[in-house]
Design a protein around this ligand. Sequence first.
Ligand SMILES: [Cu+2]
Length: 165
Amino acid sequence: MSLTKTLGVAAAALTFALPAFAESKIMIEDAYARAAGMNAMAGAAFMQIMNMGDEDDRLIGAKSDIAKRVELHTHIENAEGVMQMVEVEEGFPPVAAGSTHMLQRGGDHVMFMGLNGTLEHGSNVTVTLVFEKAGEMVVEIPPVDLERKPMHGMSHGSMDQGSDS
Ligand SMILES: [Cu+2]
C-alpha cells in the first residue's frame, strides 16, 4: 500500500469517527445557577449528570464567560468539623454507566469565581462542561430567583467570608 493511500484511509476513518464521538452520552437535568449572595462576586451551578452511555465518564472541567474563573468544587469537612469548599482539580469522581451524579448545594458544584455580570432570573448562563470521554457539552443554565432563597445560604458560607472580606 502506498503512503498516500494509507493517509487517505486514516483521514476517512477520522471523519467517520467524529459524529459518533459528538453524540452525547451525557444528559444534564435540573440545572440551575445561583449567586452566593445578593451582591456576590461568586456563584455556583448545580445539576444532575446522567450517564446514558455504556462506559464510565466524569466531569473534568467547565468553562463560561459568566466568570473570570470557573472551577469544579466540592465540600469537605475540615479539622474543626466545618464544611469547606475546595477545588477538585482532577475532576469529579466517575459517573458509572447508567447512573446519575448530583451536583448539589453542600456537595459538588461548578463554581463561578469573579462574576462578569449578575446571575439574573430570566437570562441563562451558558456553560461548557468538559467530560473525560464525552468531550465538551454546552448547557444553558437558568439562574434561580435569589429573592426566594434565604440571604445567608448554607452552602458557601466559609469561602464567601474568606474571599469577600
Ligand atoms: Cu464553590
